[in-house]
Design a protein around this ligand. Structure first.
Ligand SMILES: [Zn+2]
Length: 147
């Protein structure tokens, strides 16, 4: 199946991005290429990070704490969404002078509602407010987390 939106220069640009990503994160070229290849607007994330965050039992918002592992029609589902404390994009929420990075310290797992909430009300959900949420959640994950 041909992708008509793909331009000739795109692959070269992507390979260059992949090499930069690889140098920065020290992962394999294949992983880097996967990370820089966009797919339906979803952010690509390192598989180690995904494995780590999928252990989160509940939403990091202390006023919510919704369970993230649910069983729906007999099938286990993970509802957690990984949110950036400081946005990756200069145009995104809470973008700071150092910029957001895809590292554990800059990421929290929220339920879909809280993810939307914190990204739509940046004045209330500042970096200073979210960092303690991250610390508590990260301590639980390191200590065993879910199960
Ligand atoms: Zn929540």
């Amino acid at each position: 199946m041909g992708d008509e939106s793909r331009k000739p220069g795109m692959d070269r640009a992507r390979k260059r991005q992949a090499r930069v990503y690889q140098a920065k994160h020290g992962c394999s070229y294949t992983e880097a290429l996967r990370m820089v290849t966009p797919r339906r607007g979803r952010i690509r994330r390192h598989s180690r990070l995904i494995e780590y965050f999928s252990r989160a039992a509940q939403c990091a918002n202390p006023h919510c704490m919704s369970p993230l592992h649910v069983v729906c029609d007999g099938h286990p589902r993970f509802l957690g969404e990984v949110a950036h404390i400081q946005s990756l994009s200069p145009f995104g929420p809470r973008f700071g002078p150092v910029g957001g990075r895809d590292v554990v310290e800059n990421l929290i797992v929220l339920c879909p509602s809280c993810h939307r909430l914190i990204d739509s009300d940046v004045a209330s959900y500042s970096v200073e407010r979210l960092v303690p949420w991250q610390r508590v959640q990260s301590a639980a994950l390191v200590g065993g987390g879910h199960e």
